[in-house]
Design a protein around this ligand. Structure first.
Ligand SMILES: C[S@@+](CC[C@H](N)C(=O)[O-])C[C@H]1O[C@@H](n2cnc3c(N)ncnc32)[C@H](O)[C@@H]1O
Length: 287
């Protein structure tokens, strides 16, 4: 059994505040809503380089869900860490009839999330909670699956956040997550000009995550999909450039200008293979 390591967060309160401020900002929220389509906010898995961002982002949820489908059904409960607008929570509840506890630090995201659940008649299955992922208010071994798409990149203390995720996972349960990472050889300063817009601390790497999971006693696999993060940022960059005039109607012109400067930096670092992206799937041994 993994003991509750006490009252802590996976990042400092100061860093949590920065992340919350970023995601609660009206311009940032309007950007994610307009460009991703109000369901998902994560890297997509693309069938071709012109595919719609929303469709590719749905595919990421489907493929991550396929990895844990054997554990999910009406009896099961998933904990979605950093649930955003709730695209994953709704997809899981609709596909498997499972319950989802969806935790996110951003009130703005949680408001949108609850409203979308109510519109889809899913509020009976999904419980949206405001809180920080490094300090989970749940008893040990409560969840069948712990799920988190592109949230750990925001945390400073990822070992503690993963340890918390594993603590609340039942024996035999699964942890599935995706993350934006750096290549093992990438110096942090090479990606900082791009990542600073999102207040991200230094990024993790695939091998670091695999070591952490193994240290927590989990059997883990990593599916590398780095080619998709290059397509994804090229698509975001293209979308914001083509739709700049329309986006200025819903996002402040100053923030659209910031995006027009920042997104090409992401396109550049992904094309130069400085980043890595993929999906981790880890199982906690049965008792
Ligand atoms: C890139 S979005 C991903 C949202 C969602 N997982 C998805 O795939 O659509 C990152 C989310 O993580 C949340 N987040 C970041 N740091 C967090 C923390 N320490 N605790 C809880 N949520 C956090 C943000 O508020 C945001 O909703």
């Amino acid at each position: 059994m993994i003991n509750n390591p006490g009252n802590h967060t996976g990042s400092t309160p100061h860093h949590d505040d920065e992340t919350r401020t970023y995601y609660d900002t009206a311009d940032v929220d309007a950007f994610y809503d307009a460009v991703w389509g109000g369901e998902d906010i994560h890297v997509g898995i693309y069938t071709d380089e012109h595919e719609a961002i929303a469709d590719a982002s749905r595919r990421t949820v489907q493929q991550a869900a396929d990895k844990v489908a054997d554990l999910l059904g009406p009896h099961a409960t998933v904990l979605d860490l950093g649930s955003g607008y709730g695209g994953s929570a709704r997809a899981l509840a609709e596909r498997f009839g499972c319950r989802v506890v969806a935790l996110d630090i951003s009130e703005q995201h949680n408001r949108r999330h609850r409203a979308a659940n109510a519109r889809r008649g899913l509020d009976g299955l999904i419980d949206v909670v405001t809180g920080s992922l490094g300090d989970l208010p749940y008893e040990a071994e409560r969840f069948d699956v712990v799920w988190s798409l592109e949230v750990l990149c925001h945390l400073e203390d990822r070992p503690r956040a993963l340890s918390e995720a594993v603590r609340v996972l039942r024996p035999g349960g699964a942890l599935v997550f995706s993350d934006i990472m750096a290549d093992e050889k990438t110096p942090p300063e090479a990606v900082r000009p791009a990542t600073s817009r999102l207040s991200m601390p230094a990024l993790g790497t695939p091998s670091r995550y695999l070591d952490l999971l193994s240290g927590l006693g989990l059997k883990a696999t990593y599916e590398d999909r780095t080619a998709d993060i290059a397509t994804h940022y090229a698509r975001l960059d293209e979308e914001v450039h083509h739709r700049a005039a329309e986006l200025r109607e819903v996002i402040s012109p100053a923030y659209v200008d910031e995006l027009l400067t920042n997104l090409p930096l992401w396109t550049d670092i992904t094309r130069r293979n400085l980043l890595r992206w993929g999906i981790f799937h880890a199982r906690r041994p049965a008792a």
